[in-house]
Design a protein around this ligand. Structure first.
Ligand code: NAP
Ligand code: MG
Length: 476
């Protein structure tokens, strides 16, 4: 059994969670100690005790730790990528890419740790000077989903540590292995006891304990809207700082003047890569009438030609769905789309050599934006195709959603690209690029039901992981 990291020690637990490969359920990835509320409390107390020293540590100490973590991730990308593919089901290429992304994020924040700056201003009053500086927020609780089991933890842990906070980290129960490897690397890199703690466990026990503990100063959560909303309400009652990244129903507009050689691959990638299990996945394909039939013909052919299979097989383009439960949910949305009047292509469960949760990518053709299958996040390899008359209708359908994470457009018109960039009610806008696939040195996040609180990643991460102090001084 793999243990939790609490106060610098690897601690067992009475219960364990079984981690199985979604492409081959006979493959047991590992057994992971399942923390209870008491173990979570101990981790929080350890983070609290470690805070004063870590907050006062030099930028060099924090930068060196993050750099060492980055180098270990780069060096072990093949091994960790394979583990990630086995536990989460994305293809080996995607999984290695995600591991390298995690390394790049740690390296970026190793630099940022050295660049924490403030302002010095003259006062409006004579003889007074003012300093505006950034300080750590304190103990931060990090709660992450299963779909990017190493990159999302990295983009929360790295800035948390860089800016002098201490961490209690709860990975998703479905993907504890990547969280565990990351904890091992951080520990082995010389992280002081209590500065970083790993507690694998359920959301309802470990997550709730973190959200309701008075010694946790801030919660950064990525996951579903329902859980996010409940966390925000509880965090508000405790006056905790909170940051939520949640779902999406991201639109990809294809205008009559789009280049099909750009639009078709962008839609295939955005809708189906990583098995559609990305918060930024394109799940509403909004297509102008003049190009609609030609576009759909090519998209349907290329969708049907995608190779679904074992992520460790180099020929595989689409891995399995993450779990039996997620697959059942996806299949129920496929049935719903058909019952709502969409023409469904693909979407059926597939059998492969090993027992696993394989599904053919699904297109819901002739869909409308009012259908539930076009409004609710499915989080699987399913995309609605909605026909519109012109740019104005495309933009209005794109914005007619409770979400606002990423929005894309394929067009060769500068005018329409500009109008979409300014008119899309989303945190991220893509022109002639898939809605998913972002850089790590710039802000990530959305609007409306997709995000709450300040942005993640890049220099904007400082907004969440620091608190500002304004100091006035007279005399001396
Ligand atoms: P989820 O069910 O909301 O879980 C996310 C995390 O919250 C897990 O670690 C989960 O723990 C924990 N949790 C569950 N109930 C909790 C509670 N009552 N209190 C505290 N924590 C709790 O989401 P998921 O199924 O893992 O992931 C899919 C969702 O994540 C999708 O909606 C997707 O759009 C979203 N997502 C968003 C982004 C983004 O940046 N916007 C990125 C990736 C994914 P357990 O699962 O261990 O119980
Ligand atoms: Mg869940």
């Amino acid at each position: 059994m793999k243990h939790n990291l609490v106060a610098g020690e690897w601690i067992p637990a009475a219960d364990a969670v079984e981690n199985r490969n979604p492409a081959d359920t006979a493959d047991l990835v590992g057994l992971f100690a399942l923390a209870d509320a008491a173990q979570t409390n101990t981790a929080i107390e350890a983070a609290h005790a470690a805070l004063p020293k870590w907050a006062a540590s030099t930028p060099q100490v924090r930068s060196d730790l993050l750099e060492a973590v980055a180098q270990a991730l780069f060096a072990r990308a093949d091994e960790i990528g394979t583990l990630l593919a086995r536990e989460e089901g994305k293809t080996l290429a995607e999984a290695k890419g995600e591991t390298i992304r995690a390394a790049q994020i740690f390296r970026f924040f190793a630099g940022e740790a050295l660049r924490v700056a403030g302002d010095a201003l003259a006062s409006v009053r004579p003889g007074v000077s003012i300093e505006v500086s950034r300080e750590p927020v304190g103990v931060v609780g990090l709660i992450t989903p299963w779909n990017f089991p190493i990159a999302i933890p990295a983009w929360k842990i790295a800035p948390a540590l860089a800016y002098g906070n201490t961490v209690v980290f709860k990975p998703a129960e479905l993907t504890p292995a990547c969280g565990h490897v990351l904890a091992e690397i951080i520990h082995d890199a010389g992280c002081p006891a209590g500065v970083f703690n790993l507690v694998v466990g359920s959301g309802s026990v470990v997550g709730e304990t973190m959200v309701n503990h008075p010694l946790v100063d801030a919660i950064s959560f990525t996951g579903s809207v329902g859980v996010g909303r409940a966390i925000a309400a509880k965090a508000a009652s405790w006056m905790k700082k909170v940051q939520l990244e949640m779902g999406g129903k991201n639109p990809m507009v294809v205008l009559d003047d789009a280049d099909l050689d750009i639009a078709v691959p962008a839609v295939l990638n955005g809708a189906f890569y990583s098995t559609g299990q990305r918060c930024t996945a394109s799940s509403r394909i909004i297509v102008q009438a003049g190009i609609h039939d030609a576009f759909v013909e090519r998209l349907a052919a290329e969708t049907a030609a995608l190779t679904v299979g074992n992520p460790l097989d180099a020929a595989t383009q689409i891995g399995p769905v993450v779990s039996e439960r997620q697959l059942a949910g996806n299949l129920s949305y496929v049935a719903l789309a058909a019952s709502e009047g969409a023409e469904v292509l693909g979407g059926e469960r597939l059998n492969r050599d090993t027992e696993g949760w394989f599904q053919a990518p699904a297109l819901f053709l002739n869909a409308t934006n009012q259908m539930r299958s076009s409004r609710e996040e499915i989080f699987g390899p399913c995309a609605s195709v909605i026909k519109v008359a012109d740019f104005d209708e495309a933009l209005s359908v794109a914005n007619d959603t409770e979400f606002g994470l990423s929005a894309g457009i394929c067009t060769s018109s500068l005018k329409h690209a500009r109008a979409f960039k300014s008119g899309a009610k989303a945190g991220m806008v893509m022109v002639n690029l898939p809605t998913a696939g972002v850089d790590y040195h710039v802000p990530f996040g959305g609007r409306k039901g997709s995000s709450h609180g300040s942005r993640e990643q890049g220099r904007y991460a400082a907004e969440f992981y620091t608190t500002v102090k304004t100091a006035y001084e007279f005399g001396g």
